[in-house]
Design a protein around this ligand. Structure first.
Ligand code: ADP
Ligand code: ZN
Length: 710
């Protein structure tokens, strides 16, 4: 059994080892047990039913709410040489009849169905005549009213337990919260099922939350290192989706809009393009995303605050399914809070429901204002304990300072109180700073004891403080009025001096450069041409086979080909993601492309190489380290450096790794004579410096730039 599972993994899927609990799940289900599988996005849930489907007799019925994506899943399986089909309303009569025939003949191992289709009496009767080996219920959280993807059709799936008592069922979801899990068990009658819980951590995602000041520019800055990458930008409103899609496209980032207000066909078309093309950005409302299994989404950016941590986790989770580095970035500000509170106040539903929603929003806000590790806080919300700070989020990388804001908060609260609890942040800050304006004069607020009491803190800091007080629930916003601030119950202890308040300090200077995560950055300069060749071949094959490129091979497989340089088909078979069928179909064409490189010297794209060199030198690498990194001689590094120095792209200090006195001696020697700068070899004849000759070239280049041709 173990051996069979392992052989299938290697032979069919091309992978060497199981991840996490995959093997335990596969064994349990293959032997006929029911299972509830909770695993994060990208954890590898599909294999948990696909391998049992191959190992058990009969057809495995996969229930999924995502009709639009079923065909992609079927094609992906066919690429692996597995027989699969999807029955849905887009097929004509003849096509449906053919599938039914193949099912009768036992010629289909996996059948994809939407729940409403499965539960049609005719369908159920038909399946009862066949041998069903397994039911897999994907996106099982859709059965829960608590979550935000509720599908009423899912409720009727409870019938399967009675109608097919001997057929095991496996329910899978990436939703982490306990209440949803409980509902899945009850509503799908999975009380007897074995539960497989995984950690919900997504270690390859880098989390970052910034304070919104100029959101468009901030987004562009975030995107700059992501040129050519696929990603999702979430916005709250349809209008904003349209605006941002246009804005990004105009600035050289190809972007498409997606929201529920678009014509169905256009929406489906945009989604298809996002899946099939490389490097597109989808600007979308939350209507977009469930079931999008594009593995190489390199970033998810939020321009507005999601209304709960569940939503944030799910949406950011769409990045980096392939396990390669990915980024979750969000810009957040006071307006977000006000807007969401307004939505909540205006929403329908009873008091209890609103309290729950309020609690969810408060947890989301707490993450934004968090000063400690974001990942610890996020996982903590889902009751998972991460013992150490993760080292891979903004707060870990760029240690956040906190300050004792107790005194300042008390001043802010008194100002709200003394001005009558009806003014917005701008006005309150004016009073605190003792500004002289007409409105204050008219209200007589210049006579208040708090007037001018806050001069020790600047305007931005006060604004931040008010936002933090609102986010933490010390202050309410009067949504029905004019967004005036009011004291809440919670602030009493703080006012009385019985509570201390530590708040995160806003970062004034821009944060450190982001970690590299873009696929194009994972590829080094000297590999880039070959990488593009491999991608071009993949794209061509994808078009021929009418599947998205990642179905041919994911990026991770292409990267491995690039790095491990397979020489023949058996090397090729050893690469992760190359199963028997794909080896047979694509092995030799990819080998040919790869051998194109081994035959020739690697060709460098000059401007890329220069750019990379400058980046590496600025990051503090020594010439010998750079030579290693770029896979060329130190001599070439020096001669390239001399070029970029002469072009003014790199300073001498950044380039050289030498005591500065020595550099000065060399400079003096060059400038000793009058008239033209001596050449490097002339200089060496006179002085015989014991440094690499490349150093002299660099110094000379810098002098030439500084003084022109002397
Ligand atoms: P999920 O449905 O949990 O989001 P998928 O089943 O789509 O995740 O798997 C995510 C990616 O990881 C896919 O590209 C899949 O082929 C790959 N994968 C799954 N299991 C393994 C494994 N054991 N070894 C290598 N890659 C795997
Ligand atoms: Zn962290």
């Amino acid at each position: 059994m173990l051996k069979q599972a392992q052989d299938t993994l290697k032979h069919i899927f091309g992978y060497d080892s199981f991840r996490g609990q995959q093997l335990a799940i596969i064994e349990h289900v293959t032997q006929g047990g029911d299972a509830l599988v909770l695993m994060p996005t990208g954890g590898g849930k599909s294999l948990c039913y696909q391998i049992p489907a191959l190992l058990r007799d009969g057809v495995t019925v996969v229930v999924s709410p995502l009709i639009a994506l079923m065909q992609d899943q079927v094609s992906a399986l066919e690429e692996l040489g597995i027989t699969a089909a999807a029955l849905n309303s887009s097929l004509d009569h003849e096509q449906q009849r053919q599938i039914a025939n193949r099912l009768r003949q036992g010629d289909i191992k996996l059948l994809y169905l939407a729940p409403e289709r499965l539960l049609q009496p005719r369908m159920l009767a038909f399946l009862q005549q066949l041998k069903v080996g397994l039911f897999a219920i994907d996106e099982a959280h859709c059965v829960s009213q608590w979550g935000h993807d509720f599908r009423p059709e899912y409720l009727a799936l409870s019938q399967l337990a009675e109608l097919f008592p001997d057929v095991p069922r496996i329910a899978l979801t990436a939703t982490a919260d306990g209440r949803t899990q409980q509902e899945i068990i009850e509503r799908l009658h999975l009380q007897q099922a074995k539960q497989f819980l995984s950690s919900f951590d997504r270690p390859n995602i880098y989390y970052q939350i910034v304070t919104k000041d100029n959101p468009r520019q901030q987004l562009l800055n975030f995107l700059a290192p992501h040129k050519g990458d696929a990603g999702i930008v979430y916005c709250m409103s349809r209008k904003k989706v349209e605006e941002y899609a246009q804005y990004l496209s105009e600035r050289g980032y190809p972007a498409l809009p997606y929201h529920a207000g678009l014509d169905n066909q256009l929406r489906a078309f945009n989604q298809q393009r996002f899946l099939n093309e490389e490097g597109l950005i989808m600007v979308a409302t939350i209507a977009f995303g469930m079931g999008i299994d594009k593995p190489n989404v390199r970033f998810v950016a939020h321009m507005d605050l999601p209304k709960s941590l569940e939503a944030y986790y799910q949406e950011t989770g769409r990045a980096g399914r392939d396990g390669l580095p990915a980024q979750a970035w969000m810009a957040y500000g006071l307006q977000d809070i006000v807007w969401l509170k307004k939505m909540l106040t205006e929403s329908e539903g009873d008091e209890q429901h609103k309290r729950v929603e309020q609690h969810k929003l408060d947890s989301m806000l707490a993450l934004c204002e968090e000063a400690r590790c974001r990942r610890q806080a996020l996982l903590g919300y889902f009751d998972e304990v991460l013992k150490q700070p993760c080292g891979h989020c903004d707060n870990c990388v760029d240690k956040v300072q906190t300050w004792d804001a107790t005194e300042a908060a008390r001043k802010a609260l008194s100002t709200i109180y003394r001005t009558g609890q009806s003014y917005g942040v701008g006005y309150l800050v004016d009073v605190l700073l003792g500004r002289d304006n007409e409105r204050i004069q008219n209200n007589g607020h210049q006579r208040l004891s708090v007037y001018g009491l806050g001069k020790g803190i600047d305007e931005n800091e006060w604004r931040t403080l008010f936002r933090q007080l609102i986010a933490r629930g010390y202050v309410d916003v009067d949504i029905e009025g004019f967004n005036g601030l009011r004291l809440s119950e919670k602030c009493r202890d703080l006012l009385k001096g019985q509570e201390q308040l530590l708040l995160r300090k806003e970062q004034v200077s821009p944060r450190k450069p982001q970690q590299t995560s873009s696929a194009s950055q994972l590829v080094r300069a000297h590999e880039r041409d070959m990488w593009e060749n491999l991608r071009a071949l993949r794209k061509q094959l994808a078009q021929e086979h009418a599947v998205p490129p990642y179905v041919i091979f994911p990026d991770s497989t292409l990267l491995e080909m690039l790095r491990s340089q397979p020489q023949d088909m058996s090397d090729m078979a050893a690469i992760s993601g190359v199963g028997a069928r794909k080896l047979e179909r694509y092995g030799d064409v990819f080998l040919k492309v790869l051998q194109g490189q081994t035959a020739q010297a690697p060709t460098h794209n000059v401007s890329d190489l220069n750019h990379e060199l400058v980046t590496l030198a600025r990051s503090g690498m020594t010439p010998s380290q750079m030579a290693q990194q770029l896979n060329c001689s130190e001599k070439s590094i020096y001669s390239l450096m001399a070029q970029v120095i002469a072009a003014g792209q790199l300073s001498l200090e950044q380039a050289l790794d030498l005591p500065w006195e020595i550099v000065e001696q060399i400079q003096d020697a060059f400038l000793d004579g009058d008239g033209e700068l001596p050449s490097v070899s002339q200089l060496q004849k006179m002085h015989n410096f014991s440094v690499d000759e490349g150093v002299l070239h660099c110094v000379r280049a810098a002098l030439k730039l500084e003084f022109g041709q002397i």
